[in-house]
Design a protein around this ligand. Structure first.
Ligand SMILES: N[C@@H](CCC(=O)N[C@@H](CS)C(=O)NCC(=O)O)C(=O)O
Length: 225
């Protein structure tokens, strides 16, 4: 199977992490989002990545639907078997996924004021999940599940922003930070992005046009105060 991809797309990362957690073999082809080729537009109804072309040559789109397809097709199962628990996991996975683009937009803020305003909205996500997180290390205890994977793109990006700029979206949420650290150590996260991920991330989100880029170049949150 083949996944059509873009290096820093969170929706792609979610699908890749499921493929990695299940040990499914796949190929990756990057498409240029600024210049989408006609053949890609024919297989991607919304002109978006990810698209996963199955071994039966069927092109699947929408990351949520792709993840559910992979869950039905391949072991180990990442959803709990109990239907109520599974419904709750899907609901908490959706909380994260609906914020992928909110996080992207927050990270792209041009000024400190815009960043703070957007952060206030974005971090509501953490206040909600903080109330249901258990003792960890993962969302549902010892076992990595589908809901963890939906949170990987969000928590991975929070870590990069903190590392490079000192700006901490997770300030005040020690339980979420512990969960984030557990996820950062999984193969599913490590292998869900290309080797050049950080380079692309820094180029796109931490350039001089973004407040976070200027913060990084000034030596980070502490230096700036
Ligand atoms: N709802 C879609 C969203 C996918 C999406 O927004 N992908 C972005 C990249 S992260 C994209 O391809 N945008 C098209 C563009 O930038 O032209 C999904 O879950 O797969």
């Amino acid at each position: 199977m083949k996944i059509y991809s873009s290096p820093i797309c969170p929706f792609v990362q979610r699908v890749n992490a499921v493929l990695e957690a299940k040990g499914v073999h796949y190929e990756i082809e990057y498409v240029d989002l600024m210049n989408l080729p006609d053949w890609f537009l024919k297989i991607s109804p919304n002109a978006e990545v990810p698209v996963l072309v199955t071994d039966n040559n069927v092109a699947l789109f929408e990351s949520f639907a792709i993840c559910e397809y992979l869950e039905e097709m391949y072991s180990p199962k990442l959803h709990p078997s109990d239907p109520e628990k599974r419904a709750l996991h899907r609901a908490w996975a959706r909380q994260a996924a609906t914020q992928y683009l909110v996080q992207c937009s927050t990270q792209r803020s041009a000024t400190r004021e815009i960043l703070e305003e957007k952060t206030e909205n974005f971090v509501r996500l953490f206040a909600k999940v903080d109330k249901v997180l258990g003792d960890g290390p993962f969302f549902d205890g010892e076992r990595l599940s589908m809901v963890d994977i939906a949170w990987i793109p969000v928590l991975h990006r929070c870590d990069l922003v903190k590392t490079y700029t000192g700006f901490d979206f997770l300030n005040g949420y020690p339980k979420i930070i512990k969960w984030q650290q557990a996820l950062l150590n999984t193969d599913a996260l490590q292998k869900s992005v290309p080797d050049t991920f950080e380079e692309h991330f820094v180029q796109f989100y931490l350039n001089e046009e973004r407040y976070l880029g200027r913060l990084m170049n000034a030596g980070g949150e502490q230096a700036v105060g």
